[in-house]
Design a protein around this ligand. Structure first.
Ligand SMILES: Nc1nc2c(c(=O)[nH]1)N[C@H]1C(S)=C(S)[C@@H](COP(=O)(O)OP(=O)(O)OC[C@H]3O[C@@H](n4cnc5c(=O)[nH]c(N)nc54)[C@H](O)[C@@H]3O)O[C@H]1N2
Ligand SMILES: Nc1nc2c(c(=O)[nH]1)N[C@H]1C(S)=C(S)[C@@H](COP(=O)(O)OP(=O)(O)OC[C@H]3O[C@@H](n4cnc5c(=O)[nH]c(N)nc54)[C@H](O)[C@@H]3O)O[C@H]1N2
Ligand code: SF4
Ligand SMILES: [Mo]
Length: 713
C-alpha cells in the first residue's frame, strides 16, 4: 500500500478550503484541513470527497442524443466529435438567426477562479461567467446570477454605497454587536465565518440572528428574531423609524455623507413598530429594542446574503438595511461594515466586452440588471425561446447548472428545451436538463484540475492536480478553451493549463514558482486596513473624497434607480402572495411558504445521490411547527403533500419549533434522475411561481409564497 499526503484545495465546490489529501495507491482517501490556512475547516461534503469523486454516477464520456428529448437515449462519441458538433450547431444558428440566438447558462458548478477570471467580466467581478460568448457575437451570457446573490452583492449596494458587497467585510473582531440577517454562515462555502463570529461572541459581542426560522446559526447566537418571510424591508424601515424619530442617528455623517435623508425620514413615518409588528410578526418592543441596540452600540456589524433577495422588494429591502447601517455610523467604522482596502497586488484579467448593437434578453424588462451584469436575465429566456420575443434564441450551452431543479415551473423549461434547435450540457453528473441535451460532456471534479484560489484577505494557493481525470472527463477550462478555438477565437485565451497559470501568475508579485514551492498557499498584500476611507479619497477611482455613487454620498434616495424608473427610496412592497397581499388566497393556502434554507449534506441539487451524505438526511422534508402539524393531524415523519396554487409535491414532515407557527420551510434540490426516488419526486420548484418576481432584479420570489400541508393517506 502506497500512502502519501499532499497539500491541495478541496475540489468539490468552489469554497477554496485548503486541505491535506491522503492518497492511498493514488486514490483520494481522506481530506483534513491545513493548519494555519485562512479557511481552516472542511465541511461534511468535503469530508465525503472520495465518494463524490469515485461515484459510479459520474458522467465519464461525451454523449450524443439518439432518442427523443427527455427520453435518455444517448451514444458515446469522442470529444473531438462533440466539439465539432457544437461548433457546427452554434455556427448554423448564428448564420440563420444571428449570434445572439446562442445563449449560455453558467451555474453553481462554474464558480472556479480558473474560469471566472478568464470568462467572467473583470469589473465588478462577482457577476458570474458572462463573457464566453461575447467574442462569438452574443450578449446572452447568463447564468445563476439571474436568480442568486447579485441582488445582495450588486443591485442593492452599488446604487446605495457605490461598491459591491464583496468589497466590504463585517469587522467581527472589533464588533460589539453582530447582526446576521437572512443568512446562515454554518453552510457557507467556505464555512469560515462561524469561527470568527463565535470568537467575537466569546469576547463579549452580542450576536443576533434575524431569520424566518431558527437556523443552525440562530442556535449558536444570543438571540433569534423570527420574521415572516419577505417582510424584512418593513422591519428595516421600522428600525429606521425608531432611530430617526428618536434622533439616534449619526447627525454629522447624515449631513455630510447622505443624500435623501429628509425623503427617507418622511417615508419611514409609515412604519411605526406597532403597525410593523402586524406585517413582520416581530413584536413592536423587539423592534424598538433592536433599533436602540444597533444605534447605541459602538461597532455593530452586519452579515447578510441571500435571505432577503427572494421577495417582491428584495433589492429595496437590502438597501433599507444598508441605509440603516449607514445612518447609525456603522459604515466603515471600527466594528461595523467596513470597505476592503484596494489591494496593491494585481492579477491580470482578460477584458471581454459585450458585442455592440444588440441588447441581451431581458433588457426591456430588467434594464438595470442587464446593464450592471452585462448579461441577459435568464428568467426572460422562455419568451425568446418559445415566441422569438424580442428575438429568437435557438441554442443553449448549460455549464454546471441544473435548471429544471432550480427554476420555478420546471414544465415551462422542459418546453423550452424541446423547442431549442440545439442544447449542450457540461456536468459531472447526469442532470434532469441533460436528458434533453443533444450533447452531454463529462466534467472533472477540481481534484482532477489545476487552478488556484485567492482569498480576499490576501492568501493565494495553487490548485494542484491531485489525481488524473477520471476516464474521459475534462476540466471546464480545457472545454471552454477548446470550444473557443473551434469557434474561431481561441487565440484570445491561454490554450493549455500551464499557459493559463502563467497568464495569471507570470508577471505578478505572487509567482507561479513560489506557489509551486508552497503548495499549502502563501499570503499576499491585500492592502492596509483602515476606517473612514470615504474621508480620505480611498473609495473612488478619481481619488475624490466620498463614496463611489453619482453624488459621492450614500444614496438613501438613489439617483441611479430613479434613472431606471424605479423608486429611489428603499420602498417596502408586501409579498403579493401572502396573508396581507392576497387574503382570499390565504384562506385556501393558510401557511407562509419558504424554501431552500441550505442543508449541510447537499448543495442545491447536488450530492443527493451520494450514499454517505444521503444518510445524514435521507428524505426531503417540510419543516412545520407542532401547532400547525397538530391542526392537520400530522406527526413527525409523516408523508405529506405540500400544496401551492401551482401544484402539489410530496415531502416528509419534520415537526419542529425551529419554524414559526403559520410558516413552513421546504427543502430544495430534488428532481434529478440520479436521485433516489424520494428526492427525485420532490422538486420544490413545481410549487414556486415563475411570474412572481422582484421588479428590479427579476429574481423569483422563492421565499414568500403561500401553501398548505396535508397528510397523505
Ligand atoms: N425554490 C428554490 N429554488 C432555488 C433556490 C431556493 O432557495 N429555493 N436557490 C436558488 C439558488 S441560490 C441557486 S444558486 C440555484 C442553484 O442552481 P444551479 O446552478 O443549478 O445549482 P446546482 O443545483 O448546484 O447545480 C449545479 C450543477 O453543476 C454540476 N457541477 C458541480 N461542479 C461542477 C464543475 O466543476 N463543473 C461542471 N461542469 N459541473 C459541475 C453539478 O453536478 C450540478 O449538476 O437554485 C436556485 N433555486
Ligand atoms: N451546504 C450547502 N451550502 C451552500 C449551499 C447548499 O445548497 N448547501 N448553497 C450555496 C448557495 S447556491 C448559496 S446562494 C449560498 C447562500 O447562503 P445563505 O444566503 O447563507 O443561504 P442559507 O444558508 O439558506 O441562509 C439563508 C437564511 O435566510 C433565511 N431566510 C429565508 N427567507 C428569509 C426572509 O424572508 N427573511 C429573513 N430574515 N430570513 C430569511 C433562511 O431561513 C436561512 O436561514 O449558500 C451556498 N452554500
Ligand atoms: S466548502 Fe466546498 S471546498 Fe470547502 S470543504 Fe466543503 S465542499 Fe470542499
Ligand atoms: Mo445560490
Amino acid at each position: 500500500m502506497n500512502k502519501k499526503t499532499v497539500a491541495g484545495i478541496c475540489g468539490i465546490c468552489p469554497g477554496g478550503c485548503g486541505v491535506n489529501v491522503l492518497l492511498v495507491d493514488g486514490v483520494v482517501e481522506k481530506i483534513t484541513p491545513i493548519k494555519g490556512h485562512p479557511i481552516g475547516v472542511v465541511c461534511v461534503r468535503g469530508t465525503h470527497s472520495k465518494e463524490i469523486i469515485y461515484s459510479r454516477d459520474r458522467l465519464k464520456h461525451p454523449l450524443l442524443r439518439v432518442g427523443k428529448k427527455g427520453e435518455g437515449s444517448f451514444k458515446q462519441i469522442t470529444w473531438d466529435e462533440a466539439i465539432e458538433h457544437i461548433v457546427q450547431a452554434f455556427q448554423k444558428t448564428k448564420d440563420k438567426y444571428g449570434a445572439q440566438a446562442v445563449m449560455s447558462y453558467f451555474g453553481r458548478g462554474s464558480f472556479e477562479s480558473n474560469i471566472l477570471d478568464i470568462f467572467g467580466t473583470p469589473d465588478p467581478t462577482s457577476q458570474g461567467v458572462t463573457g464566453f460568448l461575447y467574442p462569438f457575437g452574443s450578449p446572452n451570457g447568463t447564468g445563476v446570477s439571474s436568480i442568486c446573490a447579485v441582488s445582495y452583492n450588486l443591485l442593492a449596494p452599488l446604487p446605495t454605497i457605490g461598491t459591491p458587497m464583496h468589497a466590504l467585510y463585517p469587522d467581527f473582531e472589533n464588533s460589539n454587536l453582530i447582526v446576521i440577517w437572512g443568512t446562515n454562515p454554518t453552510t457557507d462555502s467556505p464555512p469560515d465565518k462561524v469561527k470568527k463570529i463565535l470568537s467575537a461572541k466569546k469576547q463579549g459581542a452580542k450576536v443576533i440572528v434575524i431569520d424566518q426560522m431558527r437556523s443552525a446559526m440562530a442556535k449558536l447566537a444570543d438571540e433569534w428574531i423570527g420574521i415572516r418571510s419577505g417582510t424584512d424591508g418593513a422591519l428595516a424601515l421600522s428600525l429606521l423609524h425608531v432611530i430617526i424619530n428618536e434622533g439616534r442617528y449619526d447627525k454629522d455623517f447624515v449631513r455630510e455623507w447622505t443624500k435623501g435623508f429628509e425623503e427617507l425620514r418622511a417615508y419611514v413615518q409609515h412604519f411605526p413598530p406597532e403597525q410593523v409588528e402586524k406585517i413582520t410578526r416581530v413584536p413592536s418592543y423587539t423592534i424598538v429594542r433592536l433599533a436602540r441596540s444597533i444605534s447605541g452600540t459602538q461597532g455593530a456589524s452586519l452579515l447578510m446574503y441571500t435571505g432577503l433577495e427572494y421577495s417582491n422588494c428584495g433589492v429595496q429591502s437590502i438597501r433599507a438595511a444598508l441605509s440603516l447601517w449607514a445612518i447609525t455610523g456603522n459604515l466603515d467604522t471600527p466594528g461595523g461594515l467596513v470597505f476592503r482596502p484596494r489591494s496593491p497586488t494585481k492579477f491580470p484579467r482578460i477584458r471581454l466586452e459585450p458585442p455592440q448593437g444588440v441588447k441581451p434578453i431581458g433588457a426591456d424588462k430588467y434594464p438595470y440588471f442587464c446593464e450592471v451584469l452585462k448579461s441577459a436575465q435568464f428568467m426572460e429566456a422562455p419568451r425568446a425561446i418559445l415566441d422569438g420575443d424580442p428575438y429568437p434564441v435557438r441554442a443553449l450551452l448549460v455549464f454546471g447548472a441544473s435548471l429544471l431543479t432550480s427554476l420555478p415551473n420546471p414544465d415551462l423549461w422542459k418546453e423550452c428545451f424541446k423547442k431549442l434547435d440545439f442544447m449542450v450540457v457540461y456536468d459531472r453528473f447526469m442532470t434532469a436538463d441533460a436528458m434533453y441535451a443533444d450533447i452531454i460532456l463529462p466534467a472533472t471534479t477540481n481534484y482532477e484540475n489545476v487552478g488556484y484560489h485567492r482569498h480576499p484577505d490576501g492568501y493565494c494557493q495553487l490548485r494542484q492536480r491531485i489525481i488524473e481525470p477520471i476516464e474521459e472527463t475534462r476540466s471546464g477550462y480545457t472545454f471552454l478553451a477548446t470550444l473557443a478555438k473551434g469557434l474561431g477565437y481561441g487565440d484570445l485565451f491561454p490554450s493549455t493549463d500551464e499557459e493559463r497559470l502563467r497568464f495569471t501568475f507570470g508577471s505578478g508579485p505572487v509567482s507561479l514558482e513560489k506557489l509551486k514551492q508552497n503548495p499549502e498557499g502563501i499570503p499576499f498584500d491585500a492592502g492596509r486596513r483602515e476606517y473612514q476611507k470615504y474621508e480620505k479619497g480611498l473609495l473612488r477611482r478619481d481619488g475624490e473624497k466620498g463614496f463611489n455613487t453619482p453624488s459621492r454620498k450614500v444614496e438613501l434616495l438613489s439617483s441611479v434607480l430613479e434613472k431606471y424608473g424605479y423608486d429611489g427610496l428603499p420602498v417596502y412592497i408586501e409579498p403579493k402572495e401572502g396573508p396581507l397581499g392576497n387574503p382570499e388566497l390565504y384562506k385556501k393556502y393558510p401557511l407562509v411558504f419558504n424554501s431552500g434554507a441550505r442543508l449541510q449534506s447537499a448543495f442545491r441539487s447536488q450530492h443527493l445521490n451520494i450514499p454517505g451524505l444521503l444518510k445524514i438526511q435521507p428524505k426531503p422534508q417540510v419543516l412545520i411547527h407542532p401547532t400547525d402539524a397538530m391542526q392537520r393531524g400530522i406527526n413527525n415523519g409523516d408523508k405529506v403533500w405540500v400544496e401551492s396554487p401551482r401544484g402539489r409535491v410530496s415531502f416528509w414532515a419534520k415537526v419542529t419549533e425551529d419554524v414559526m407557527t403559520g410558516q413552513v420551510e421546504v427543502n430544495v434540490g430534488g428532481g434529478s434522475p440520479i436521485h433516489p426516488v424520494e428526492w427525485r419526486e420532490a422538486n420544490t420548484n413545481y410549487l414556486t411561481d415563475y411570474e412572481n418576481r422582484d421588479p428590479i432584479s427579476g429574481f423569483p420570489v422563492y421565499k414568500a409564497l403561500l401553501c398548505d400541508v396535508k397528510k397523505q393517506e
